[in-house]
Design a protein around this ligand. Sequence first.
Ligand SMILES: *Cc1c(COP(=O)(O)O)cnc(C)c1O
Length: 373
Amino acid sequence: MKQARPVASEPRLEIAHPLIGEEEKRAVLAVLESGQLAQGPVVAAFEDAFARWLGVKHAVAVASGTAGLHLALLAHGIGEGDEVVTAPFTFIASANSVLFARATPVFADVQAGNFCIDPARVEVAITPRTRAILPVHLYGHPAPMAELGEIARRHGLLLIEDACQAHGATVHGRKVGALGHTAVFSLYPTKNMTSGEGGFVTTDDPAIASAIRTLRQHGEGERYHHEVLGYNFRMTDVAAAIGLAQLARLDGFNAARRHHAQILSAGLAGAAGLAVPGESSSYGHVYHQYTVRVEAGRDGLRKRLDARGIGTGVYYPIPIHHQPVYVERGYGGQSFPTAERLAQEVLSLPVHPALSDADLQRIVRSVREELAG
Ligand SMILES: *Cc1c(COP(=O)(O)O)cnc(C)c1O
């Protein structure tokens, strides 16, 4: 009997696929054989290499992006009674880090066109208690940093970038992570580069870098002299070995992501009921995610693609102010219409560097066929 769709022979395409090669394996083995597994010389080498790649004076390695955001806020002295303006449409860690610092997240809605925080909404969210703006470069698209920088200057606020999804993204040719006072990157396996788990806090300010180094190591100045309440948020040399090898490949990974996004956008342009992500000449997008908006029936489309062996993602199905942990803190009655609408419409398609051009054509064909019914 003939099958309706000859898909059985086609491999499944996952939404993320970290590329770990011989260089990563060799580097990890060398660390294992060195006998020094925790934070040591490989972490220090990774910090130097990342700072050089980004073009900042200091990159401090930490255990995760979440730990980095938490420490960045603490290092800037943000705490009880302070407000930090951030987006309600992002990974939960962006806002949670403010709660970890015992400060108050204040949400400002995002722009539908680029999924990032809307400067006009930021402006009206500022109060006398506001200390910082925490924009997120969501999906690898830079937040509107020129406008946000101007607002921060005018109100005397800190600008702390959540660059966890945006290694290599640029604004007017300048890399994000070097545009505010301090920035944070994640090295989780789905991100544009990985160390397994890990993160970086980047800054040109030596006092902030020094505070992060103290806080990640139990608040220790001199050995066993604990000056402030600190944490164990160190990166291991095992992780740093993976990360160093990945950093050498990052620009190539990003070029592949951009090439893949072009194929998807060319193939999907004009598809009824679907909007492809926008790109403008001022912003260098690194497509951590390739995210379309589906006018209606997003979840059904997602199921049908899954049945055809195409994994997709919904980042994020619930805006932060509607998450139970925030409803419990009194945010449930607030309204951020764009974030709420995007949570219903967004669908991320595979764009990672392990895909072939033929895989991408298959994704385009499948989405078009399933949209048509
Ligand atoms: C991944 C991510 C984080 C947290 O990074 P982890 O390394 O997973 O702790 C924070 N913010 C955003 C926007 C992220 O995507």
